[in-house]
Design a protein around this ligand. Structure first.
Ligand SMILES: Cc1cc2nc3c(=O)[nH]c(=O)nc-3n(C[C@H](O)[C@H](O)[C@H](O)COP(=O)(O)OP(=O)(O)OC[C@H]3O[C@@H](n4cnc5c(N)ncnc54)[C@H](O)[C@@H]3O)c2cc1C
Length: 373
C-alpha cells in the first residue's frame, strides 16, 4: 500500500481535470493529477485553439450556470495575467420560426440575458461577410465569444502546480479500486491512494467504470479551417461567432480567425462511433466537401478548407453532462459525458468538483447531471 494519501487524485488532465486540479490546489488540497499522455496532447476532446463560449442554450439551466462559468474564466485570466476569453458577439441563424431559435430566445429571456432579433439589413450592414436570404431568423447575442482552449488547459495545470499540485504525465490509470476506505488508483507500475478520486477521463471514462455500464458514446468529430484572402475581415473584432440550424437540420458553427489555423467551421454532432484508442484521426474528404458547400453558400469569401482536424465527443443520450458521485462509492466523483459542448463550463466544473471534494456538496444546481437520471 502507498504510504502517502492524497486529498484528491484527479484522473485525466484535459479540460475538466486541469480545472478541477486548479480549484482543488487553490483551496489548499494535496492534489495528484495522472494523465495518460503529455499535457496538451491531441487525442482527447480539449485540443485546438478555440471553443465557443455562449449563454444561448435551449435548456435554461445551462444559461444560469454560464453566469458563474464566465466569471470563473475572468478570474483565471486575472490569476494568470493572460487573455483566454475573447468576446465577439454571435449571430444565430435559422429558417423563419425555427424552433431552436425560438427556444434559445426564450431561455435567454428567462435567464435575463439580453439578445435581439435582427433584420437581414442589420446583418449585412454589420457583418457583410454573410450571405443570407430574407426568410431567415437572425438572433444577435453580444456576450458570446471563444476561449483560447489549449491555453486554458495549460494555464489551469500551471497554476495548479504553482499551488502545489503534482502532475504526472504519460501515466495511464488502469484500475480504480474503490471498495476500500481510501480508493486506490493503479497504473501499470504504481499505486496511489486518495481520500477522494476525481474522474475526468473524457472519452476513456467507461473503461474505468465498467461496473456502471454507462450510456456514453464516443464519436469522431471534425473541424475545418479556412484562410480567406482578406484575413482582416475575419478577425475577432470584425467577425462574430456564428451558429446555424441548416435546412437539413444540421447544427453548424464558426469561430473567427484566431491563432495558426484560421477561421474554424464545423458541424456539431452526427459523428461516427469510435473507440478512443483506435479512432482514425484522418479527416474525411466527404465531410470537408460538405462544409465547403455550406461555406460557398453562406460565407463565400472564406474560400475552401485549407486544413482539418479530428476531435472526440463523449455523448450522453440527452446530451446533458454527468457530474455526480459514484452510486456505490461516495469518494469517487465523476465529471464526464460533456457531449461536445462542455469546454465553456470547465472553469465552473473545476469549482464544483473542488466543492464536492472539500464539502461533499455544491450550491450549484447539478441535478440535471445525475448519473442515474
Ligand atoms: C471538435 C470539437 C469542438 C468542440 N467545440 C466546443 C465549443 O465550441 N464549446 C464548448 O463549450 N465545447 C466544445 N467542445 C466540447 C469540449 O471540448 C469538451 O466537452 C471538453 O473538452 C471535454 O473535456 P474533458 O476533460 O471531459 O475531456 P478531455 O479533454 O479529453 O480530457 C480527458 C483526459 O483524460 C485523460 N485520460 C483518459 N483516461 C485516462 C487514464 N486511464 N489515465 C490517465 N489519463 C486518462 C485523457 O488522456 C485526456 O487528457 C468541442 C469538442 C470537440 C471535439
Amino acid at each position: 500500500m502507498p504510504s502517502h494519501i492524497y486529498d484528491a487524485i484527479v484522473i485525466g488532465a484535459g479540460g475538466m481535470g486541469s480545472a478541477s486540479a486548479y480549484h482543488l490546489a487553490k483551496i489548499g488540497a494535496d492534489v495528484l493529477v495522472l494523465e495518460q499522455f503529455q499535457r496538451g496532447h491531441k487525442f482527447g476532446s480539449s485540443h485546438g485553439e478555440t471553443r465557443i463560449i455562449r449563454f444561448f442554450y435551449d435548456k435554461p439551466f445551462y444559461a444560469e450556470l454560464m453566469k458563474t462559468a464566465y466569471s470563473e474564466w475572468r478570474k483565471l485570466e486575472s490569476a494568470s495575467n493572460k487573455q483566454l476569453l475573447f468576446i465577439t458577439g454571435s449571430i444565430n441563424l435559422g429558417e423563419n420560426g425555427n424552433p431552436y431559435g425560438q427556444s434559445i430566445k426564450k431561455s435567454l429571456d428567462a435567464a435575463g440575458v439580453e439578445c435581439e432579433w435582427w433584420e437581414q439589413i442589420q446583418l449585412s450592414e454589420r457583418f457583410p461577410q454573410f450571405s443570407v436570404s430574407d426568410n431567415m431568423d437572425i438572433l444577435w447575442q453580444k456576450d458570446t465569444g471563444f476561449l483560447y482552449a489549449s491555453e486554458c488547459v495549460l494555464t489551469h495545470l500551471q497554476l495548479a502546480e504553482q499551488h502545489g499540485a503534482t502532475v504526472l504525465e504519460n501515466t495511464r490509470v488502469i484500475k480504480i479500486d474503490w471498495q476500500t476506505d481510501f480508493p486506490t488508483v493503479h497504473t501499470a507500475s504504481k499505486q496511489f491512494q486518495g481520500r477522494k478520486i476525481v474522474l475526468t477521463a473524457g472519452a476513456w471514462t467507461s473503461y474505468l467504470l465498467r461496473e456502471l455500464n454507462l450510456s456514453l458514446s464516443v464519436t469522431k468529430q471534425q473541424v475545418c479551417y479556412y484562410r480567406p484572402t482578406d484575413t482582416e475581415l475575419f478577425q475577432p473584432n470584425q467577425f462574430p461567432v456564428f451558429t446555424e440550424i441548416t435546412k437539413s437540420g444540421e447544427f453548424v458553427y464558426g469561430i473567427p480567425f484566431f491563432g495558426e489555423n484560421g477561421v474554424k467551421v464545423a458541424r456539431h454532432g452526427l459523428g461516427t462511433n469510435v473507440l478512443p484508442d483506435t479512432c482514425d484521426r484522418t479527416p474525411d474528404a466527404d465531410y470537408i466537401q460538405r462544409m465547403d458547400r455550406y461555406i460557398a453558400e453562406r460565407i463565400p469569401s472564406l474560400g475552401k478548407t485549407v486544413s482539418a482536424e479530428v476531435c472526440l465527443y463523449t455523448e450522453t443520450p440527452d446530451e446533458d453532462f454527468i457530474i455526480d458521485t459514484h452510486p456505490q462509492c461516495p469518494n469517487l466523483l465523476i465529471a464526464a459525458g460533456f457531449s461536445g459542448h462542455g469546454f465553456k463550463f470547465c472553469s465552473l466544473v473545476g469549482r464544483i468538483m473542488s466543492e464536492l471534494v472539500s464539502r461533499g456538496k455544491t450550491d450549484f444546481d447539478i441535478s440535471p447531471f445525475r448519473i442515474n437520471r
